[in-house]
Ligand binder design. Structure first.
Ligand code: TYD
Length: 211
């Protein structure tokens, strides 16, 4: 049986590094595991990603943005996520539907319900088995990004701090809707402690995959 875990959080919350560490950990307990990301993960969705995140696309309308994320998600789901789960793999995904709800639904003010409904068209009733939300003050996240010079800067990174604060509030609203599925981890701690907390959540919530 496969198991689908998503990681969520504001920019600079450490998702990408944590997901790689979690991958090694899941592999070390004998499960086949893949890491993927949104928007992207596969060819067509990476092409959509480059349109969405292109810093030149300053004219992009909020609904266009939300639809493109949903389109990239659909293709990623059918081409990569579902087949991997059917092969019994653990799938770790850097961002998924909750990013759309927090960024487009709440921060862009399109409405969480509206964005949920276009995503329902894209992915049906398919949802992650578990979502780990890395909670961090976006001021700290953005200052981490500025220090990490190798990281690409995308169109959403260029938004004002006010936008990123709204993203965090958006995640808080999304967690209230899906309290069973989403578990919060405090990302404002030393990296090893954050990873220890992520592992603990995984071991506690994903017990069924060890049977
Ligand atoms: P990425 O470089 O992957 O950023 P990060 O390392 O922070 O995950 O860029 C993805 C950007 O797209 C990020 O700013 C969050 C945003 N996003 C949305 O606004 N909606 C979505 O549905 C998804 C998946 C991402």
């Amino acid at each position: 049986m496969g198991y689908f875990i998503t990681l969520e959080g504001v920019e600079g919350s450490g998702k990408s590094t944590l997901i790689q560490n979690l991958k090694e950990f899941v592999g070390s307990i004998g499960r086949e595991v893949i890491v993927t990301r949104e928007p992207g993960g596969i060819d067509i969705s990476e092409q959509i990603r480059s349109v969405i995140l292109d810093t030149k696309n300053t004219k992009m309308d909020g609904r266009t943005e939300a639809l493109l994320y949903a389109a990239a998600r659909r293709q990623h789901l059918v081409e990569r996520i579902i087949p991997s789960l059917q092969e019994g793999k653990v799938v770790l995904c850097d961002r998924f539907i909750d990013s759309s709800l927090a960024y487009q639904g709440y921060a862009r003010e399109l409405g969480i319900d509206e964005v949920l409904s276009i995503n329902e068209f894209a992915i049906g009733s398919f949802m992650p088995d578990l979502t780990i939300y890395l909670d961090l003050d976006p001021e700290i996240g953005l200052s981490r990004i500025r220090k990490n010079k190798g990281r690409e800067v995308n169109r959403l990174d260029l938004e004002e701090i006010h936008f990123h604060k709204k993203v965090r509030e958006g995640y808080e609203a999304v967690i209230k809707r899906f309290p069973e599925r989403i578990v919060t981890v405090d990302a404002n701690q030393e990296f090893n402690k954050v990873f220890a907390d992520v592992k603990e959540v995984f071991l506690d919530r994903a017990k069924e995959i060890f049977n």
